[in-house]
Every structure is written in structure tokens, then in C-alpha cells.
Design a protein around this ligand. Sequence first.
Ligand code: T4K
Length: 376
Amino acid sequence: MDKLKSPIYVTKPSLPDLQDFLPYLEQIWETKILTNNGPFHKKLESELSEFLGVPYISLFTNGTLALVTALQVLGISGEVITTPYSFVATSHSLLWNNIKPVFVDIESQFCNLDPEKIEHVITPETTAILPVHVYGNPCKVERIDEIAKKYGLKVIYDAAHAFGVNYNGQSICNYGDISILSFHATKVFNTMEGGAIICHDADTKKQIDFLKNFGFAGETTIMACGINSKMNEMQAAFGLLQLKNHNANNEKRRNIDQLYKQKLKEVNGISFLAEPENTTLNYSYFPIFVDEKKYGISRDMLYEKLKENGIYGRRYFYPLISEFQMYKIYDSANPAKLVNASAVSQKVICLPIYPDLDFKDVEFITRCISDYSCTP
Ligand code: T4K
């Protein structure tokens, strides 16, 4: 089999044309407005609000600080129910707020927090639920909402993977009390680093804007112990250009997703996620799941063999958050209670997917995978 000329990584960020960025830079150089709610920041907030169909959005330096601030603005404390199957930033945001994470298992269909396991772990200390729309597939939002209402809990969605995802004809970010997005280089919409909080009312947005600017509520007034997590003007200008290309990029991702599915559907022991109903996806990740018995070699052996061929997939999310030393101390981190998450985490490889990924490369990747298959 032919070797690749250059490695293929799990993702490659999309960039606007450099020529198109220059006028934005010239404006920044001319005005000397570099940050603190400048014109590009304001414009990106307004364009994103319209593009996504969300009422209020506040831009951040990154998704992690957006999460930390989302918890603060809602006054979350005590215990929060969350998923172990995510990037570690999800749980870290709780620890930064002195909140105890309570891990609950996932459902295996879409790898999201299983709402049916939430009620068993609610205690008088529980104040909120922090689910993740893993790989951009919507959580069971109606059921989560129902449970939250019954127990008077807040819901903060980590929608870091879910930029542009619509569910039942509206942005997935409109569900819950608050959602956060990540605009990191590896995400479908990137501002190099970046993130956002989406909320439902003007007053919450105002409080968030105070919190991301040290807590200043005027020149001489501090309303809380805020932090500095404002997006700067270069990032915001970059984001304005990125937005123009988003739909075309999403279409390219969709085609790659279809090609993977077509090429891998016959490979014994390799499965992928079904498409959720009533959902417009963003094709941010392409996870496959390796059933060692049927496939013939383990997930890790396939992962290494792909690397030998220059294909750098990622095992998102292995290890589970609950398996990291700092989280093992919690009762809820016991693997016996996280059966689905543990199993999925041992099987997953996210294959490369990004708009500029060549169809020939997708075919090469799928050939590498089918060549290692072995029928029992
Ligand atoms: N919640 C969830 C559910 C998340 O997944 C994340 C972040 C967050 C919250 C926090 O949001 P942020 O604070 O990050 O905005 C990456 C990202 O760093 C992280 O943003 C992301 N999730 C996580 C799932 O993946 P790594 O350590 O796997 O990234 P890295 O640097 O190995 O990049 C992967 C590949 O992408 C590289 O092999 C090559 C390519 N790449 C990467 C970068 C950074 C590029 O081509 N150019 C680049 O600039 O964590």
C-alpha cells in the first residue's frame, strides 16, 4: 500500500485568505483598538447571534474560561452532575469554582450523559447538570430539562463541539440555562483560540460581560471577583472572516463523513454513530468504535498501525476524565458505575476530518482500516 507524503492529523484548521485579513489588520493598526469590546468584537457578537439564531452571545478568550464563567454567573456551588466522557476542561471548570463533580454514565447510542441515571445521584447539595453534546450530537435535552425542572437544577451545556448544530429547527445552544462554545483551532469554527457563552436574557449577558472584564460594572465599580477572559480584536476580526466560509466548510465535512460511512460500513468490527433525528450536524468529529473480537486486533493496535502509516487519529475520550488521578478520589468515578463510558473509551478512535481533507486521503485511511480487519 502507498505511504503518504505528509502526515494526516485528526484535524487541520481552516483559515481565511491572508489577503482578506489584511484590511482588518490595517483597521486595527489605524484605530489602535486592540481589545475591551472593540468594534470587531461587537460585530462578531452580533453576526454570530444572527448566524446561530441565539438571543445573546458573549465572546471569550477560550471555551474553558467561558465554562468557568457560565458556572459563576449562575451562582452554581455544591455538587454538579456531569459526564466522564469529555475533554478534561469540562470537569476542570467545576474544580476552578470549588464545585464537586458527580460523574454519571453515558448512553452508548451517542455517547452523551444518560438522563435516566441522573435522578439516582441527586442530593441536597446538587445545584446543576453539566452535560456535553459530545461530537456535536445533541444530548437528550427534553428529558434533561424535565429532570432539572423537577429538582430545581440549572443546566449548563458544554457545547464546545456543537457550533452550528440545530435541533428541532433551532440552535442546540438555545437549550438549557446557558451553553458554551469553543472556537479553538481544532474546532469547526475557529478564532485560533476563542469561545463564547450563550444565554437567554439581556441581564445575564450584562453580568457575563462584567465577569469577563475583572467584574467591572463601570469605571469605579466592581460587582464580583471577575477574571480577564475577553476576546481580542484580532481574534474577532479573524472570526468575522471565518464565518463567511462556514457553510461551505460544513458541506465539505459532510461529504467526508458520507465517504467514511460508505467505505467503512462493510468492515467487520468497525462501527460508527448513527445520525440523530431532527438534527443538522456540523461533522466536527468522525469517531469509529473497534470491537476487538470481531475486528481481530485491538483499538490500540489499530491506532498504532494507522500512525505507522502517517494517520494521526485521536482517542477522544480516552482516558475518561474520571480516570485521571485528581478525579479518581470521587465515589462517582468508580468504573463499575461508568460501564458504558469505560467501554466506549476503550474502543474509540476519532479519524481525521476537516474541510481540506482530500477524498484520496479518506480512501487511503479507510483502506488502511479494512486491511487490518479479520473475519472471525
Ligand atoms: N469542552 C469540551 C467538550 C472540549 O472538547 C474542549 C476542548 C473544551 C471544553 C475547552 O475549550 P477550549 O478552552 O480549548 O476552547 C484539543 C483542543 O486543544 C481542545 O480545544 C479540544 N477541546 C480537545 C478535544 O482537543 P488536543 O490536545 O487533542 O489538541 P492538539 O494540539 O493535539 O491538536 C490536535 C491536532 O490538530 C494536532 O495533531 C494537529 C492539529 N492542529 C492543532 C492545533 C492546536 C493544527 O493543525 N493546528 C493547531 O493550531 O486538544
